[in-house]
Design a binder for this molecule. Structure first.
Ligand code: FAD
Length: 508
């Protein structure tokens, strides 16, 4: 092909600008031109404040300077998610970004921990996780690179103002040649022969042609759904929440380096600490509570004065059967949504963008590229789905109909198998790439009360006294190290002001 591929992105939310910044940043203008159409009058979904550690790879790809991004988006650091009242009312566990302990004698730490427990030496597994101990004490510092050091065993992500992040990405994309058009797409014309998208008609009367159309229009799915009628796999039978109310509050108290998710009678409440405010919301199932009751429940559960009225949002958990259909690729909410429980949506956008870059087409779009893209994206969605269902299904709450329903519902066979293997002897899924890693599964299994009955036989290879001594050494070194870290609030302040944060020192 002699001319660059003309890419047209519809939508300027987080998904649209992530796609725009990556394509314009990575591909040469001789390979593609990028145009983004968005409508300020329609606006964005306006939520999505918590991220996963993989986002740092995306930011590096785009060329973002972390401290500047954090300053511009009022960001804080995130070491994991605390789940309150999920397994049972009164319970609390943290899903950390990082390992529990260190492998010993060739087996994962939790096998040694289980062995010690079954031998009468029970301890709290959270004490062996650097990220959890730092979270519980509201501390933050960067992990070190030295893999021998205990403070290399964790990772971090961000809480940020997603609207400001999208604006920030826009500055990168426009400098790199992306052309933005303000306006509404009013109709989509298909080629009668190929059924590809031929052009878009804007309210201004302009006709926009392109080779590849990226649908980042959010839940509307303007291209993939309304124009191409792409089927949607509805997973509400496993993930029953379908509405949310979002409300910001004043920032009060310590700046926690983690998201909090508190299970309520008909869903769960999020709490996301940013520099200037706290994001809150109630994600609930409309089959189990009315909108008015949900609003009253949320407002009554806030720990600080609200800064606005609660904003209602409706959604459906599931994904497109084929996010890449014809010459259209749906990315972001147009492609699917798995409710916000583990903050996976921006990550799934990132996966789609990176997968698109790997499979970027030439003038004639080879269906094999679309198949490869869809396989990769579907795989991520399916794994995340099982992980989220686990949170709902493995509960012992007896206080409300939603939790009884979730406990009794039939879950996918792929999840049944994972739960059986963990119960049998602590087996956790190990993925080379993608979500979620072994420590994530471990923390949620244990936190939700799914307990291993045995451990890997190799855990018997070391004398029990050696195992107990090593466990104690790990616990002690984490505790001492975390006490030497700055508070999260202090670290964020110093880092965003550009001064060198007070550090705990090197590896330990
Ligand atoms: P949107 O933000 O809806 O953007 C759609 C864009 O399309 C807008 O620019 C709009 O103007 C444009 N558009 C639509 N129609 C037209 C038209 N006709 N013409 C022109 N432009 C048009 N994700 C996380 O990773 N972490 C979280 O903590 C998290 N929390 C969430 C909580 C809730 C309750 C919900 C519902 C979602 C949450 N998400 C979270 C998901 C996150 O909000 C989205 O992944 C993210 O905002 C991307 O949205 P989007 O860009 O796909 O869609």
């Amino acid at each position: 092909m002699n001319r660059p591929l003309e890419v047209v992105i519809v939508g300027g939310g987080t998904a649209g600008w992530m796609t725009g910044a990556a394509l314009s940043g990575v591909l040469k203008r001789t390979q593609c031109t990028v145009r983004l159409i968005e409508s300020d009058a329609i606006g964005t979904v306006g939520v999505g404040e918590a991220t996963l550690p993989q986002m740092r790879e995306f930011n590096d790809l785009v060329g973002i300077v972390e401290s500047e991004m954090m300053r511009r988006t009022n960001a804080t650091f995130k070491l994991g998610i605390e789940f309150r009242d999920w397994g049972f009312v009164g319970s609390s566990y943290i899903h950390p970004f990082g390992a529990h302990g260190r492998a010993m004698g060739g087996v994962a730490f939790h096998h040694m921990w289980t062995r010690a427990k079954l031998a009468g030496h029970a301890s709290n597994i959270e004490d062996y996780s650097y990220a959890i101990v730092a979270s519980r004490r509201n501390r933050f510092d960067f992990p070190v690179d030295d893999v021998e050091a205990i403070n290399s065993t964790y990772n971090y992500a961000y809480h940020f103002d997603a609207g400001l992040y999208a604006q920030y990405l826009r500055t990168f994309a426009e400098v790199r040649g992306l052309v933005r058009t303000e306006g509404q797409v009013q109709s989509v014309a298909l080629d009668p022969l190929t059924e590809n998208i031929a052009n878009l008609r804007l309210e201004s009367g302009e006709t926009v042609k392109g080779d590849l159309f990226i649908d980042c229009s959010g839940f509307r799915g303007l291209l993939i759904d309304q124009a191409l009628k792409g089927p949607f796999e509805d997973w509400t039978r496993w993930l029953p929440c379908d509405r949310a109310l979002a409300v910001p509050t004043e920032r009060v108290g310590d700046l926690a380096p983690y998201t909090r998710s508190t299970a309520l009678e008909a869903g769960w409440q999020w709490r996301i600490p940013l520099q200037h405010r706290t994001g809150n919301g109630y994600v609930y199932s409309s089959a189990f509570i009315s909108d008015d009751e949900a609003a009253a429940r949320l407002m009554g559960a806030l720990d600080a004065p609200a800064l606005a009225e609660p904003k209602p949002i409706r959604f459906r958990s599931g994904r497109r059967t084929a996010s890449w259909t014809k010459n259209c690729i749906a990315i972001g909410l147009a492609s699917g949504f798995l409710e916000p429980l583990e903050s996976t949506s921006i990550h799934l956008t990132q996966v789609a963008v990176m997968t698109l870059l790997r499979n970027f087409p030439e003038a004639r779009i080879d269906p094999a590229l679309a198949d490869a893209f869809n396989r990769a994206v579907d795989n991520e969605y399916d794994r995340v789905r099982d992980f989220l269902i686990l949170h709902y299904h493995a509960n012992t709450r007896t206080d409300s109909a939603l939790w009884r329903h979730c406990r009794e519902m039939d879950v996918p066979d792929s999840l049944k198998e994972k739960m059986a293997l963990f119960r049998h002897r602590g087996h956790v899924p190990q993925y080379r790439h993608g979500l979620f890693s072994a420590p994530s599964w471990l923390s949620v299994f244990l936190g939700q009360g799914v307990l291993p009955q045995a451990y890997h036989p190799m855990a018997d290879n070391l004398p029990l006294e050696d195992v107990l001594a090593e466990m104690e050494a790990v616990r002690d070194s984490i505790s001492r190290r975390v006490d030497a870290m700055p508070t999260h609030a202090q670290f964020v302040r110093d880092y965003c002001e550009g001064s060198e944060p007070l550090r705990a020192g090197g590896a330990a």
